[in-house]
Ligand binder design. Sequence first.
Ligand code: TMP
Ligand code: ZN
Length: 407
Amino acid sequence: MSNKCRVCSSNIKEFMSLGEMPIANAFVLKNDSDKQFFYHLKISFCEKCYTFQLIDIPKPEQMFNENYAYLSSTSSAMIEHFSELSSKIINNTTFSKNSFVVEVGSNDGIFLKNFADKDIKHLGVDASKNVCDLAKEKNVKILNAFFNFEISKKIEKNYGKADVIVSTNTMHHIENINDVVKGMANLIKEEGIIITEDPSLIEMLKNNAYDQVYAEHMYIWSLTSIKNLLSTHGLEVFNIENNEFHGGCSRYFIAKKNTKKIQNSVIEHQNNEDSFGIKKISTYLKFKENVVKSKEKLTSLLKNLKSNKKTIVGYGAPAKSTTILNYCKINNSLIDKIFDNSKTKINKKTPGKSLIDVVDSKEFKEYKSDYCVLFAWNHRKEILLKEKEYSNKNGKWIIPLSNIEII
Ligand code: TMP
Ligand code: ZN
């Protein structure tokens, strides 16, 4: 049976496999390592609509459930980032006290809190109950559901159409993406704005950041591919901003077709993607080659250090680290433990065959190690500043991607 593109239904085929993978955020309780779910991480690129996507993905319930471990509010930079986005929305001339803001994938309420605090009408929709409960603690109004066209009609009936719909780090999660975009197109007012933000394909390819790819990131969007997706629902991108979060994200400002002037940023970004070769399969085959090289480099470095009696730990257990650890077959014979500040991960083990203990990052300063793999490499600035004593005491950081930098 041939595989079909989730966006345009064309036939797609695998160009790369990262092997058997557990769910990236399914951190393992001490005695539960034999109860894990695995899937085969196979990657494809649609040569018709240019969507970079996984071929097989687990059922949504395997990924987004009461144990969803990713909490947006673990990084102070992210809290600041979302507060800045909310100010930008509130300060826009078209925004008023009566505006209605909907967030699709509201996580622990990190973004909508900024609206709840100001008594602005809002609603968060999220599929994972545990993060909904955390959002409610912040007085954020929440609907615990998978957003889709049906849910958009329910929201419209109960609250009216939205002035702004925001969805950050969610568009890459959703298998039935056409149903979600149809729901957004239905729920947004004629003059409203949809803002989405996701890891950027061009940045991922440039940084060789293959750890962005796992079941919850079943697509990595580019302007080229998202334009194709939106177009069938009467929507278009009129502005784009790029930032460094999650290793390089693009924020797309979307509106109903022909309602907003297309800004130069969109034309420039499109030119960048075209000259980078975003539509060419050869670009992806080169990426594959680089990923294999990066795996060989990282594993031989860690093995060499270990045979020289060096102690190695890790810092940050993001979902991304599950891809690196399982693809490179790194386990607790190489890395003693990983330090992290998420209460949903501490005292558990990293998913899959890696099974490395995750411990509170407060203990990092006390634990003697020679090398520390910075799995949360996208928070490099924040973590290196917080843990500068480590470098002062001769500890070395390893950045596990591309050329495997040691600092
Ligand atoms: P993220 O890149 O998906 O945001 O995940 C970053 C992970 O790193 C998350 O599990 C929290 C952890 N982390 C720390 O432990 N300490 C820190 O200072 C920061 C910024 C993140
Ligand atoms: Zn396609």
